[in-house]
Design a protein around this ligand. Structure first.
Ligand SMILES: [Zn+2]
Length: 337
């Protein structure tokens, strides 16, 4: 069992745990598969959902870790009755202990097998997480189940839309209305539709396991104990409802802002720079023709007034993504089912 049902404290105490630990909790059976990896099987299923809930893929993004750990703690303690299968992942325990985003390399670029060309802790970790997710979604209990993966993060900088989700690239461009309505119920203000495959954790679950999977940004990075958990109330309520009743609670799509990614910026040279303030918020719009990025190799001019940048970051190795250029689109620009 886990002391005080506190899986976060357990993970921070045993960040290198490799022993499997099986135990019962009031509404099911639990297995710690490795450091930060906890699978829960309910005694009574309320629906056929298999949910992967991952937090702390970036070690210093503590808010979602505390949020999700609190819900899991209530389940283990018997205050909540689990009604669906759950794989709960605290993604990067070593970096969490060091209050760092990562130890060697950004873990959220290493999925879909990309870890094979990297060395170090995160490469091992990506391999381990991929195999845990595969075992969870391929288990006999998951046959014919609805597969969901919500990967919760907080961002380095502020955002015009404090809470937003990244939708995986879907070649056929048909989107699940019930997932977007669930995100709205979670308090998500904007959804960003990707324009190409990536190697993020959520994209991996979508592409390899056919899961409905999202990267969800819940505000700004803060240290453990400094998060205002009241800002996660809607997220907590929606996740709790999903875990207990097996239902995606729904809210109107009318308050959601929708964006399509129109370009991915790549740091193409050591001289590369973004012409923005360090504290510029995600989704800040620019005017047409503004030189958003430049290097000795080329310049990037904004194509259309209103285009905005998300996840800008030029302090990274040449060849890596320096940001996404996004464009607001009306609801009518999307096909839902
Ligand atoms: Zn993150």
């Amino acid at each position: 069992m886990i002391v005080n049902d506190d899986f976060l404290a357990h993970t921070l105490r045993y960040p290198e745990q490799s022993d499997v630990l099986d135990f019962a909790f009031p509404s099911g059976r639990a297995r710690v598969e490795g450091a930060g990896i906890l699978s829960l099987e309910p005694e009574v299923k309320r629906s056929n959902v298999s949910l992967v809930l991952s937090v702390g893929i970036h070690g210093n993004e503590t808010g979602p870790i505390e949020l999700a750990n609190g819900i899991v703690k209530s389940i283990l303690a018997g205050d909540l009755v689990l009604g669906v299968r759950l794989l709960f992942i605290i993604g990067n325990p070593r970096a969490a202990i060091q209050a760092q985003r990562f130890c060697d390399v950004n873990l959220n670029r290493l999925f879909c097998g990309s870890w094979q060309s990297q060395q170090g802790y995160e490469a091992q970790r990506a391999q381990q997480l991929e195999s845990s997710v595969k075992a969870f979604f391929d288990a006999p209990e998951a046959v014919a189940s609805q597969k969901f993966h919500y990967d919760l993060h907080t961002a380095i900088r502020g955002s015009v839309h404090e809470k937003f989700a990244v939708h995986p690239f879907v070649p056929e461009e048909i989107y699940q209305q019930c997932q977007l309505a669930f995100l709205a119920a979670c308090g998500i203000e904007a959804v960003l539709f990707s324009h190409q495959p990536t190697t993020t954790f959520s994209y991996h679950s979508f592409a390899l396991h056919n899961a409905q999977a999202f990267t969800i940004e819940l505000g700004k990075v803060r240290a453990f104990g400094e998060n205002d958990l009241s800002s996660f109330v809607r997220m907590e309520r929606a996740l709790t409802e999903l875990l207990v009743a097996g239902e995606l609670i729904q809210d109107s799509l009318s308050d959601l802002s929708l964006y399509k990614v129109v370009d991915s910026l790549t740091k193409d040279h050591e001289s590369y720079q973004l012409n923005i303030a360090d504290n510029l918020e995600n989704f800040t719009p620019f005017k047409q023709g503004f030189c958003l990025a430049e290097s000795l190799v080329q310049r990037y001019l904004v194509e259309q007034t209103g285009d905005a940048i998300v996840f800008p970051n030029s302090k990274l190795p040449v060849g890596q993504r320096a940001g996404l250029v996004v464009r607001a689109k009306p609801m009518s620009a999307f096909n839902f089912q």
